[in-house]
Design a protein around this ligand. Structure first.
Ligand SMILES: Cc1cc2nc3c(=O)[nH]c(=O)nc-3n(C[C@H](O)[C@H](O)[C@H](O)COP(=O)(O)OP(=O)(O)OC[C@H]3O[C@@H](n4cnc5c(N)ncnc54)[C@H](O)[C@@H]3O)c2cc1C
Length: 494
């Protein structure tokens, strides 16, 4: 009999295995969205699977990404609505207990990660904790944090789903206290008075606006390029920029950080503006969010000759195969847009290909969801992309200020925009900025996926009163027949 003190982790938790000397149909390395989707789908298809994770089940998305950030953002929007509710007759003060909010956020994360463990068990996926080091194209070892080999694994196929980590700037190294990445920024326990954000991309703006809405945190944003949220239609971004200005944020575009000096309480950052001026700003925290780099080092990819691209991401084909026939890669480690839902689908494709199905990845209609205030969501081509490839276009817009539901929700900021080929009416892209746009975009994704035309969307009956009517009315506007706004005649392209 084994006493409690001597119970090992795998004995306490029947989901955790010791896979010593086992052979599996598939070894899945990393349990983020790409890895756990792949593992569960493989299990559903009757394959024996070992899922190995070196940190926490669920990867970045569940533990330090999508879920914790959206939990905090949801609360920040709720707080903002109540604070601004005097027009709707809501009076009173709101106070936020940040440690309690953080505990609630963590309970959401725990519920989801436990759910993944249970789903793995249901689908007979074995889980092992440790770092995978590939030895050759059929064998790997799983190593503990201390460097001891926990088990040796033989596999017929492997799925690399090792994700990414935040990029550190050479002149602004993370110290986990004042110079932080998104991981620490999502776990702050005392209301920040000020944050300087290096990189005005999705992650920096989402987190910054969340704290500004919760606590009035002063934001300074230093972005190297000439617009915030680079790559997103500037017409949509303008609505978010206006809101940032209303929040009192200072935005420096085409500006470059030169260095920083930390103390126990704050950090002073020096940066060069687009006019060549040198500026100094002191803030409680510097959030460095300048991108993420692939986790390809240390797991033995070089031993089997897996090819990487110039930026170090793993090269794959549409079946998620690397150049080594039985080695697949999915999710952020393969580059492209770093999105959980892209990783989900890639994980499924790899699993199905391993099981002999004829699946392929098709990224014509990948939605982008940006949880700023207000939200932005897009799918397909941007207006700029469609124009640059010379399409003769029809463009329709519908402002939320003309939507009954938006007014009844006091969410009048934003609009829906559709871009279509003039001749065929085929929809090329959609962009929505405004409340719930990350929910609304799914209709637009389906429209593009199904090759829908403006007429298809405009003839579809939408429930009233809903924000989704804005999508229908934007298509009607492109056709010159939206009911709730004046339709301007369209020239060749607008
Ligand atoms: C703050 C933030 C907010 C985000 N919000 C969103 C959002 O709202 N929507 C969205 O779509 N995306 C969002 N993302 C991006 C999303 O988190 C990623 O696209 C997603 O997590 C990628 O999944 P993945 O499976 O490729 O990798 P990851 O989630 O990075 O998981 C990889 C896993 O592999 C493990 N691992 C690495 N090497 C080894 C090894 N050698 N052996 C064993 N295990 C290993 C790691 O520990 C990790 O758990 C956000 C990201 C961040 C940082």
């Amino acid at each position: 009999m084994i006493s409690n003190e001597h119970k090992t982790k795998e004995m306490e938790d029947p989901l955790v295995t010791n896979s010593k000397d086992s052979e599996f149909d598939a070894l899945v390395i990393g349990s983020g969205p790409g890895g756990y989707h792949s593992a569960i789908r493989l299990g559903q298809l009757g394959k024996s699977v070992l899922l190995v994770e070196k940190e926490k089940l669920g990867g970045v998305c569940l533990n330090v990404g999508c879920i914790p950030s959206k939990a905090l953002i949801t609360v920040s929007k709720l707080v903002k609505r109540v604070r601004n509710g005097s027009r709707m007759g809501i009076n009173g003060q709101v106070s936020i207990d940040l440690p309690k909010l953080q505990d609630w956020k963590q309970s959401v994360v725990n519920q989801l990660t436990n759910g993944i463990a249970a789903l793995c068990k249901l689908n007979k996926v074995q889980i092992e904790y440790g770092t995978v080091r590939i030895k050759n194209s059929r064998e790997a070892e799983v190593v503990s944090k201390e460097g001891t080999v926990i088990s040796n694994v033989s596999f017929r196929n492997a799925v690399i789903a090792t994700g990414t980590e935040p990029i550190e700037l050479p002149n602004l190294k993370f110290d986990g206290r004042r110079v932080i990445s998104s991981t620490e920024a999502l776990d702050i326990r005392e209301p920040p008075r000020s944050i300087l954000i290096v990189g005005g991309g999705v992650i920096g703006l989402e987190i910054g606006m969340m704290y500004a809405n919760l606590f009035g945190t002063h934001l300074t944003i230093v972005e190297l390029l000439d617009q915030l949220l680079p790559g997103t239609d500037p017409e949509l971004v303008n609505v978010v920029s206006r809101n940032l200005q209303r929040l009192g944020a200072q935005i420096f575009l085409k500006s470059r950080v030169k260095g920083a000096k930390q103390s126990d309480e704050s950090v002073n950052v020096e940066f060069e503006t687009q006019d060549g001026d040198s500026r100094n700003v002191t803030a409680d925290y510097v959030l460095v969010s300048v991108g993420r780099r692939p986790n390809t080092k240390g797991c033995g990819l070089e031993k089997i000759g897996v090819e990487l691209d110039a930026r170090g991401f793993i090269k794959v084909d549409k079946k998620m195969r690397t150049n080594v026939p039985n080695i697949f890669a999915v999710g952020d480690v393969t580059g492209g847009p770093l999105l959980a839902h892209k990783a989900f689908k890639e994980g499924i494709v790899a699993a199905e290909v391993i099981a002999g199905l004829s699946s392929e990845a098709d990224w014509t209609a990948v939605p982008f969801a940006i949880f700023t205030d207000p939200e932005i969501a897009t799918v397909g081509m941007t207006h700029g992309e469609a124009t640059s490839i010379g399409n003769n276009l029809l463009v329709g817009r519908f402002p939320f200020s003309a939507s009954g539901k938006a007014l009844a929700s006091e969410e009048r900021e934003g609009f829906a925009k559709v871009i279509a080929e003039k001749e065929s009416g085929r929809i090329l892209g959609f962009g929505i900025v405004g409340s719930e746009s990350t929910e609304l975009i799914s209709e637009a994704v389906l429209a593009i996926e199904m090759g829908a035309s403006l007429e298809d969307v405009s003839l579809t009956v939408h429930p009233h009163p809903t924000l989704s009517e804005s999508i229908m009315e934007s298509a009607e506007n492109a056709l010159g027949k939206a009911i709730h706004i004046q339709n301007k005649p369209q020239g060749k392209s607008k």
